[in-house]
Design a protein around this ligand. Sequence first.
Ligand SMILES: Nc1ncnc2c1ncn2[C@@H]1O[C@H](COP(=O)(O)OP(=O)(O)OP(=O)(O)O)[C@@H](O)[C@H]1O
Length: 299
Amino acid sequence: MNPATDGNAYLDIDDLSIVLKHLPSQRLLRSVGLHVKPGEVRGLVGESGAGKSMIGKTIFDILPRAVEIVEGKVTLGGEDLLALPESARRRVIARTSALIPQDPLTALNPVRRIESQITDRLTKILGFSKADARERARTLLDEVHIRDPERVLKAYPHQLSGGMRQRVLIAAAFAAEPKLIVADEPTTALDVTVQKQILRLIAEMQARHQTALLFVTHDLGVVAKICQNVTVLYGGMVVEDTDVKALFANPRHAYTRALIAATPRYDCPEESLVPVPVAVIEATRAEIAAADTAWRAGR
Ligand SMILES: Nc1ncnc2c1ncn2[C@@H]1O[C@H](COP(=O)(O)OP(=O)(O)OP(=O)(O)O)[C@@H](O)[C@H]1O
């Protein structure tokens, strides 16, 4: 299943295939199509190894050296990223896109104060003066409900809790008014109670700024809470691309149906969970093998 290019999307990924350089017949992403419109929240769901991070790394041009893009197109706001020279590509990405990472501690520089970690993007990318950047950073910390912004701006990352650090990173991500934000499992490293607050905060910030948001997660419960549309990946292949209501009411692919049955429901915690059946995995793998055979034959 490979959704067609959407003329209204801000991020357009079409037919993206990535292979291991030393094993070019081995695809890690298989003709992936993914589109996110301005103001849209799209979930990107898949279990570990499905290729979610590979898609994020493609968008930010930080793919590992061991892999290469052999096919496809990635367009950000109409700019064909893969056709641009590296420096121009990096500029487009920096001006238009931001990442909310999984682990707030490793994402922040431990020896720099919070202030410069937020204002850097504003002075370097948007040409803000230091004073204007500081004022904007303060406003952003208000927006992410940090009560004592002056203290936090002066603090080093280790002086803040995990939840506070993630609030700072959310503020930093929205600082330069990006058109696209990729949130890469942004609540995984946090306590359960903090997870809910951070999820609510990301949804609130996205609605206020009307950013296109690609929310990467393995948790369908999170998708149900904050996404409008969803792309389900298995083995580097898109198996489902639909709106969230249809995902739960009428999942198309057997793997998606199995994934839904395997997801705990907060409204019926007593319901027993059904692991994804082996037959579904085998059928999906056969589908992937057939797609790979057709792809190789077409090259
Ligand atoms: N640096 C790398 N070199 C070679 N292969 C890699 C590298 N990083 C990831 N892969 C492979 O690419 C595939 C997709 O991995 P990816 O990290 O994108 O999955 P994921 O869905 O993000 O998983 P997770 O939820 O565990 O982060 C996997 O088969 C993985 O083994």
